[in-house]
Write a protein that binds this ligand. Structure first.
Ligand code: ZN
Length: 157
């Protein structure tokens, strides 16, 4: 497949290879780029990754593009937990048809384990529920044991 030159006036899509249809996740903090790609891509996805791109907002940023697919709600929640600054663009026929900040839920339900090893959710088959308590930096609190965490401490499920 050969890529056509991008004709949209949106310069952001030019920093890495253009895709015909799919999803672009932009403004990923540099260090999280590969983690985001691993999190979102399935074995059959065609993925382009741009690392250490210039960004006024983040200094260095990453971009991950997935061809032929838009992200479901659960994947967006996972993305919000590890890259809350990210933006999501939906691409159709080389054009950005929709662009939005990654939606931040008020509660992460069954997205990451509670990091307290004694928490009931790590011993019974309960889904974890982590309430968002602050946004910058993103911090959550377990609804069951009430312990608070920075998202870097959490392991996704
Ligand atoms: Zn807990």
């Amino acid at each position: 497949m050969t890529d056509q030159p991008v004709t949209t006036s949106n310069t952001r899509v030019r920093q890495v290879e253009a895709i015909v249809n799919g999803t672009v996740i932009d403004h990923i903090p540099g260090a999280m780029t590969l983690k985001v790609a691993n999190l979102i891509a399935t074995a059959n996805d065609q993925v382009s990754i741009g690392m250490n791109l210039r960004s006024e907002r983040l200094g260095r940023k990453g971009v991950v593009k997935i061809s032929g697919r838009e992200l479901d709600e659960r994947t967006l929640s996972r993305l919000a937990l590890i890259a809350p600054s990210a933006t999501v663009s939906i691409i159709r026929d080389y054009q950005v048809v929709q662009k939005f900040p990654v939606p931040m839920p008020t509660m992460f339900e069954d997205i990451a384990r509670c990091a307290n090893p004694n928490c009931v959710t790590n011993h019974e088959k309960w889904s974890s529920r982590l309430a968002v308590v602050s946004l910058e930096p993103l911090r959550v609190r377990c609804v069951y044991c009430e312990r608070g965490f920075e998202t870097a401490e959490l392991v996704l499920v």
